[in-house]
Design a protein around this ligand. Structure first.
Ligand SMILES: [Cu+2]
Length: 260
């Protein structure tokens, strides 16, 4: 009897040790689908919404997105933001700050929750963080459908699998006058633009679709509902990065030199 136990124990230990890797390894061989409900960023006076599906196959993502209810007639910069560590989340009312006398959330205010823009969801050409503000290649209008297949880095693919990725669509109409103006002052990302042009409008964390769940269970890693707790210490880091990069250059400071 004891011999049998001794024989099983190493197997049991191995199974426990490998369990987390076995799940991701099996998924990496095929496609894995992630979804996000794009919800209005609080305090920014947004009434729109959207949804996005990201199908990951190796280091390629196929994106399908629908958005409605945003400010019409303007481009909406959009990105997959990635956190270096910890689950991605969307900003809450508590993240709002005074901007030109108005409580609102600009892109920097949310970075402790959703990280830096890594993948620019442009309509053509480059999709790196270099194109974060390439508004001439971003979807335009109140409502749009976006479909594109993009090659990303292995690190970015892993971040999506890890729940460290969130989709953010930018461009708001804070004072509801149908256009961008300087009601919130200049943009934190590019002082030549009004803050309304770059402030986050919609946000959603990419979560593995239920379709990917292993039937035997154990894949339910949960959402980001408690992610805020671990973000407290990162707020200073996010601010430091922005300061280090300078206004408007914050997007580029974290760019990885990836050759694909
Ligand atoms: Cu963004």
């Amino acid at each position: 009897m004891s011999k049998r136990i001794a024989a099983l124990t190493p197997l049991a230990v191995a199974a426990l040790t490998l369990a987390p890797f076995a799940t991701s390894g099996a998924q990496a061989q095929g496609s894995q689908t992630f979804m996000a409900n794009l919800q209005p960023v609080p305090t920014n006076n947004v009434t729109g919404s959207g949804s996005i599906t990201v199908t990951l196959t190796g280091n390629t993502i196929t994106v399908h997105e629908t958005v409605s209810g945003l400010l019409d007639g303007v481009p909406h910069a959009q990105h997959i933001h990635i956190k270096d560590s910890g689950a991605a989340a969307c900003p809450t009312q508590a993240d709002a700050k005074d901007h030109n006398g108005h409580l609102s959330i600009n892109t920097t205010d949310g970075m402790a929750k959703y990280g830096m823009p890594q993948i620019s969801l442009t309509t053509s050409g480059d999709t790196s963080s270099n194109s974060a503000l390439a508004v001439d290649r971003m979807p335009t209008g109140a409502s749009f459908t976006y479909d594109r297949t993009i090659t990303i880095s292995a690190d970015e693919a892993q971040a999506i699998r890890d729940g460290r990725a969130a989709v953010v669509v930018h461009g708001i109409d804070y004072n509801g006058n149908g256009k961008w103006d300087d009601v919130l002052g200049p943009s934190d990302l590019d002082p030549k633009l009004p803050a309304e042009a770059t402030d986050p409008a919609l946000c959603g964390v990419l979560v593995a679709s239920q379709m990917n769940t292993v039937p035997s269970g154990g894949a339910a890693t949960g959402g980001g509902s408690t992610a805020g707790l671990e973000d407290v210490g990162l707020i200073g880091l996010g601010a430091a990065l922005v300061v280090a990069g300078g206004l408007g250059l914050g997007f580029a400071t974290r760019r990885r030199h990836v050759t694909e």
